[in-house]
Design a protein around this ligand. Structure first.
Ligand SMILES: [Zn+2]
Length: 316
């Protein structure tokens, strides 16, 4: 049973590879003539304003564990109060050129699908079609008692009705303190009313795999079968710190499938990779996608628009 560990260590700083255009040519060469599965992590979404606590230079953080969530009603009240204010920031985030490049490569028959460790739904927003959300999604909520699922949008309406004016009151005082000391946190959110499951009155939790929890077996099985169906694996924006990602790299390598990695900084899969590019995904992936599209001499209009259209959107 693989569980997400509760340790959060920033990666060692490295110098990025010079000549991203040349590295993109290397990546285009790797992808050419293969059906490649992408495995993506937090580094892919940082240009969209979603923080990556493992990037070089990131602060050390202690993430919430499932044990903390289950430990006390006060903790859950504080969690949901923060989530009520914060989830719209994630909902407002937009795909960046790296997400759009992977969607365009899927359109072009080069990428066979995406396994993602991110819960931000940005691959879906970019137009990728075959997506496995390894760690769940911020857009769904699940009941821990009966398994009922509902959308985060539906829950939002309930929480608004149960906590009229809460968001405005908190905004008037400035953001809720992200404090390691629980008393300060609880004081800010003591008045928040938490919603229970509409079916059974049980405890609701975002449908996200927290640290200390396991990825569902059917999700893991689907992910392995997508690795088996692909010719190669491309890791993008993950340092592969947690086994939930690294195991797919090991599986691919053990079955003779070539692995490429694009990531700022070292990863735990570097030794298994045929190609390692230490650079930002939102730079290298679009360059490689354009090279492949031009090489194919094929002007796919949807893919073209995805690569050219849009601007980077940052929600800080
Ligand atoms: Zn329930």
């Amino acid at each position: 049973m693989v569980r997400r560990p509760a340790a959060w260590e920033p990666a060692e700083p490295t110098t990025p590879d010079p000549d991203p255009q040349g590295r993109a040519r290397d990546l285009a060469g790797f992808l050419s003539g293969r059906r490649t599965l992408a495995l993506t992590g937090a580094g892919l979404s940082t240009p969209s304003g979603i923080p990556d606590y493992r990037s070089p230079g990131s602060p050390r953080r202690t993430p919430m564990t499932i044990q903390m969530f289950l430990s006390s009603p006060d903790y859950r009240r504080h969690y949901w109060a923060r989530n009520h204010l914060g989830w719209r920031h994630m909902d407002a985030a937009r795909p960046n050129p790296a997400h759009r490049a992977l969607a365009a490569l899927e359109d072009g028959g080069i990428v066979s699908g995406v396994l993602t460790q991110n819960v931000d739904m940005l691959h879906l927003k970019a137009g990728s079609r075959r997506i496995v959300d390894l760690h769940g999604s911020y857009g769904r909520v699940i009941c821990l008692d009966c398994g009922h699922r509902l959308s985060r949008y539906t829950l939002h309406r309930s929480l608004e009705a149960m906590n009229p004016g809460f968001a405005d009151r908190v905004a008037g005082r400035g953001a809720i303190e992200v404090a390691p000391d629980a008393d300060a946190m609880v004081a800010d959110t003591a008045s928040f009313v938490v919603a229970d499951c509409p079916q059974c009155g049980g405890t609701l939790k975002p449908d996200i795999v927290y640290f200390g929890e396991s990825v569902a077996k059917d999700v893991v099985a689907q992910a392995f079968s997508m690795v088996d169906d692909a010719d190669a694996l491309l890791v993008a924006g993950s340092s592969l710190t947690v086994m939930s990602g690294l195991r797919f790299v090991r599986h691919a390598a053990a079955h003779g499938k070539p692995v490429a990695i694009v990531n700022r900084g070292t990863t735990r899969g570097d030794r298994l990779a045929e190609l390692k590019i230490d650079h930002r995904c939102e730079v290298v992936l679009p360059l490689a996608a354009v090279l492949l599209r031009d090489a194919a001499g094929h002007r796919d209009s949807a893919g073209h628009q995805r690569l050219q259209g849009g601007t980077m959107h940052t929600v800080a």
